[in-house]
Design a protein around this ligand. Structure first.
Ligand code: NAD
Length: 418
């Protein structure tokens, strides 16, 4: 994985690339390239042995022109101010491209959660929630899960907020467990929109998804669900990986069996029914019909992009391609369907969760999945329309063109104040 590209600079470059095709004034575009505010805090938390440790944490509120800030909370040793800024900006354009009424935010703690007990993680999470309390709220900023966080952390944040505020406000955070106000279908939503994007992409490109070969980098929430649902379309998941490495099987894996092995031992490489082990680089450059990067940003840089052999790339992760990689793949006619569309299922079903929380009326999983499909298919069509009608170089630029136009309109309709 390259650590050369600064994700915040990548975001700004993506905005500039799209702005070249938009009739939006340069001062408005400039305003859309920077976060509105960032909380940086150092959480001091007592460890199980009685000592106190300090954890750096961030929350970036990038843009609220279309609604409350919205975006996940990541626990990872590489979390940084610029990473959080980039991820919060991607959320703005993701919410706009699927046309849900949110702005964008993102947060994170610099931590390796595998080094901490559950009780330490609970105290760290509650300390962060206490710092976040003045900034978040059902109508202000609504966090959600991201890498290394899930229902457990969301439930702790909701409980901390509600206890301190002396109220019930399940819509202050999404991605909760169903018994704590979570939505049916939320856990699968990111993988589901990745599958829907892949299905629509193959249809649009006149390729058959049934029998297509697929490589998936990253086998966490987004990657494994995407692998499983794409397999259900008849495709063959021939390679998977996680941070322990990758495995290849010519006849295709049973995604559920690989997931069970990973649940038991913590890694996909412990699954024993494979033909070959692969490095992550080998996985990313396999000759497959579809490549799904579902790990972290900057997985493919300009150099590696020269060796990518997949025909179609559908980004489940946020920012897995550097701008250089994008240029190379555009040049080489590889069709890349961007993160802000492909993984937007997570935030879309978070939106459904928030709607259900506020109405205190809960939907069936079937309704959630049907509404999600409608939103992703509509967004896909809007992107393809922009791509064709404006003769755009790739689908990422098309997605930003659609999204920036919407955010700029909302900003201009409200006016600049004070
Ligand atoms: P996760 O923690 O559940 O899984 C991440 C996976 O990536 C793990 O299997 C990990 O081992 C693997 N990984 C890490 N480094 C790797 C490397 N160098 N090579 C190969 N694999 C590696 O996280 P997740 O929630 O699935 O998130 C993955 C990506 O999807 C992130 O970019 C995240 O921002 C994005 N995303 C997630 C959601 C969601 O709802 N979970 C929504 C939108 C976007």
């Amino acid at each position: 994985m390259s650590d050369e590209a600064n994700p915040f600079e990548s975001l700004q470059e993506q905005i500039d690339d799209a702005a070249a095709y938009l009739d939006v004034a340069p001062d408005v575009i400039n305003r859309l390239k920077y976060p509105q505010r960032i909380l940086e805090t150092n959480l001091s938390v007592q460890m199980d042995d009685g000592t106190v440790d300090v954890f750096q944490a961030f929350r970036s509120q990038f843009n609220g022109d279309r609604g409350p800030y919205k975006g996940g909370i990541r626990y990872h040793p590489n979390v940084s101010r610029d990473e959080v800024k980039a991820l919060s900006g991607w959320m703005v354009y993701k919410c706009a491209v699927v046309d849900i009424p949110y702005g964008g935010g993102k947060g994170g703690i610099v931590i390796d959660p595998s080094e901490h007990s559950e009780s330490e993680l609970e105290r760290i999470t509650r300390a962060f929630a206490t710092e976040l309390r003045p900034l978040i709220g059902e109508d202000r900023d609504i966090p959600a899960p991201d890498v290394n966080t899930g229902q457990r952390e969301m439930n702790w944040i909701k409980d901390t907020y509600e206890t301190l505020e002396g109220t019930t406000a399940p819509g202050v955070i999404t991605g909760k467990a169903p018994d704590s106000g979570g939505s049916a279908g939320r856990v699968e939503a990111t993988g589901r929109s990745t599958m829907l994007t892949a299905r629509e992409a193959f249809d649009y490109l006149d390729k058959d998804i049934d029998g297509a070969t697929v490589a998936v980098q990253g086998y966490g929430n987004a990657g494994w669900i995407a692998a499983n649902l794409i397999d259900e379309l008849g495709a063959n998941v021939v390679a998977v990986s996680d941070s322990s490495g990758g495995i290849y099987k010519e006849g295709g894996f049973d995604p559920k069996a690989v997931k069970e092995a990973k649940n038991e031992s913590g890694s996909v490489t412990s699954y024993d029914d494979y033909d070959e082990e692969l490095s992550n680089e080998e996985l990313l450059t396999l000759d497959v019909d579809l490549l799904v990067p579902a790990a972290l940003e900057n997985a493919i840089d300009g150099d590696l992009a020269q060796d990518v052999q997949a025909d179609v790339v559908v980004e489940a992760a946020n920012g897995p391609l550097t701008p250089d990689a994008d240029d190379v793949l555009t040049e080489r006619d590889v069709s890349v369907f961007p993160d802000i569309l492909a993984n937007a299922g997570g935030v879309t079903v978070s939106y459904f969760e928030w709607v259900q929380n506020r109405q205190r009326f809960y939907w069936t999983e079937e309704r959630v999945n049907d509404e999600l499909e409608r939103i992703i298919v509509d967004a896909f069509e809007n992107i393809v329309d922009a791509y064709e009608s404006k003769d755009l170089p790739n689908f990422r630029t098309a997605a930003y063109v659609v999204a920036i136009e919407r955010v700029a309109k909302a900003y201009q309709q409200s006016g600049n104040w004070p």
